[in-house]
Design a protein around this ligand. Structure first.
Ligand SMILES: [Ca+2]
Length: 125
């Protein structure tokens, strides 16, 4: 969810106009995010594929000076937790499940004020 941090000010300024796909050029569709995670392009993101993508995100955050206290164990645990949340604990994440997850998450974030959003963004992917 890198774009939330980068585009947050713009998203707030736009408020009602900030619908999906309107966050600027850093926005990625769920399909694009999913395709990026599905490295062997078989239509299913496995836990290993998810972890690889998650590690990439953590590395990016750590370059920004965030999440630097995370151990490898933390990263794996958080990745597994997110993966199970998104994929329904059956060891596979489909595009449909990813779309549902992001739609649900967006709804939740729209309900909250910015302070909560920021807090959530740092904790949850
Ligand atoms: Ca795959």
């Amino acid at each position: 969810m890198k774009f939330f941090a980068a585009a947050s000010a713009a998203a707030i300024a736009l408020s009602g106009a900030a619908i999906a796909g309107d966050y600027g050029d850093k926005e990625m569709s769920v399909e694009d995010k999913f395709a990026k995670m599905d490295t062997d392009s078989n239509g299913i993101v496995t836990e290993a594929e998810f972890l690889a993508s998650f590690e990439e995100k953590v590395a990016m955050k750590q370059e920004e000076g965030k999440w630097t206290d995370w151990t490898d164990e933390d990263i794996v645990a958080k990745s597994t937790e997110s993966f199970n949340k998104m994929g329904g604990e059956d060891g596979a994440l489909t595009l449909e499940e990813a779309e549902e997850y992001y739609a649900m998450k967006k709804e939740k974030m729209d309900d909250k004020d910015w302070g909560d959003k920021k807090d959530k963004e740092d904790k949850d992917w």
